[in-house]
Design a protein around this ligand. Structure first.
Ligand code: ZN
Length: 152
């Protein structure tokens, strides 16, 4: 993970070793599966909505440090948010990990909180799919998709 700052590496390793919200909430009524064949990451995301907000969210699966940490950080970031807020957050996160350094939206500015620990993956195009897998899977779950999501 050369290129990631020490602080960011610490956040990623912490969430990889002790993933938050690991396990599916029993009250979840929507879920989806995601697969990143390039890396072998697999994730299942399940959510419970209440009043148009994500009231509970959890994930299961196995994958690399980036995919696991990203899923863990995502669950913390989206809980309590409306679906519109989640879509907007994913868009900002996607910009953060895909836009070339220097472009508007590419630099961490604090607005994404701990999610910004993953900003360095833009230097590693293969890793972008690891970092966004859980988000694509969450979107599929929110859309009520029943089929599996693949990054390919
Ligand atoms: Zn991966």
């Amino acid at each position: 993970m050369d290129g990631l700052s020490d602080l960011y590496q610490e956040v990623i390793l912490d969430h990889y070793r002790r993933p938050r919200n690991f396990g599916l909430p029993p009250e979840a009524e929507r879920q989806a599966d995601g697969h990143n064949p390039l890396c072998g990451d697999r994730v299942r995301v399940a959510v419970h909505l209440d009043g148009g907000r994500i009231a509970a969210i959890g994930f299961e699966g196995s994958g690399c440090a980036i995919s696991t940490a990203s899923a863990s950080l995502m669950t913390e970031a989206v809980r309590g948010r409306t679906l519109d807020e989640v879509h907007a957050l994913f868009q900002r996160f996607h910009d953060l990990v895909t836009l070339p350094a220097g472009e508007a939206g590419a630099e961490p500015d604090g607005s994404l909180g701990k999610l910004e620990a993953l900003a360095g993956v833009r230097e590693f195009p293969m890793r972008v799919k690891c970092a966004t897998l859980a988000w694509h899977t969450l979107e599929a779950a929110l859309e009520g998709a029943t089929s599996a999501v693949s990054t390919e």
